[in-house]
Write a protein that binds this ligand. Sequence first.
Ligand SMILES: [Zn+2]
Length: 303
Amino acid sequence: MTDNRPTAGKAIELEPGLTCVLAPNPSPMTYWGTNTYLLGTDSLIVIDPGPFDQSHLGALRAAIADRPVSHILVTHSHLDHSPLAKPLAEATGAQILAFGDSSAGRSDIMNSLAATGQMAGGEGVDHDFQPDHIMADGDTVQGDGWSLTAHHTPGHFGNHLCFISGDVGFTGDHLMGWASSLVSPPDGDLTDFMASCTTLAQTGIKRAYCGHGAPIPDAQFRLAELIAHRKTREAEIIAALRPAPADPETLTRKIYSDVAPALFPMAQRNVLAHLIDLTTRNIATLLDGENPQLSATTLFALK
Ligand SMILES: [Zn+2]
């Protein structure tokens, strides 16, 4: 995969009327960095301007050249996707469209967990993000050669949108080829994530352009793979809970025995996401008395 890694800042044409500019923010969480997409020929729609980075702003302005930008769309307000929206809007006069601010679209259970303040989490959230216009589920924008419909796909993040045009999808961090998305409570909700996989499959998309990594030529296959991966993980957690109640940390050590130490905290957030999903679905329960505190050492048991 590394052979195909594009050079950050270089505009690459993916198909006629679609260009990608990679941001210079590679990391274990962002892979090569964030993909910013420019859609159109004579006028442009920009999807996911990327992190707050002057060199990326310069690269985008060079790729845009003197063409008008009609819309800036944001899949979700994580720090690697949305902070450059405002400077780019100021530079181009375009409006920013997204589902809402960073609290929009969060599920009731995650709102109540966040309110308790026990969850930690909140990593990488762009708390200052504010779109000029709200794009609700089903809303459409017209560009030069593109008609994009927003589909609300919470799970990785509450305000996550995928933008669909015919059989092509811009799937942000919901659907990626190189990794299954991070679902970290209270910003991530696995119950929502699984429902959003079904939503996305029902759009009938074939090809997906993702927030990070290479395009996916068979999006339906990848979606099925992602759903199967989560179901396998769930089965592993249920099997690990069967002999005795266990906490997220112990379960993570058991299930992710080969994970790199740097990624252990993220693996643990994923296990916690599964445990909350199993609790929501009445398959598991918390064991810590009347006012259970959610932490790495909270005991969960099968019901
Ligand atoms: Zn991302």
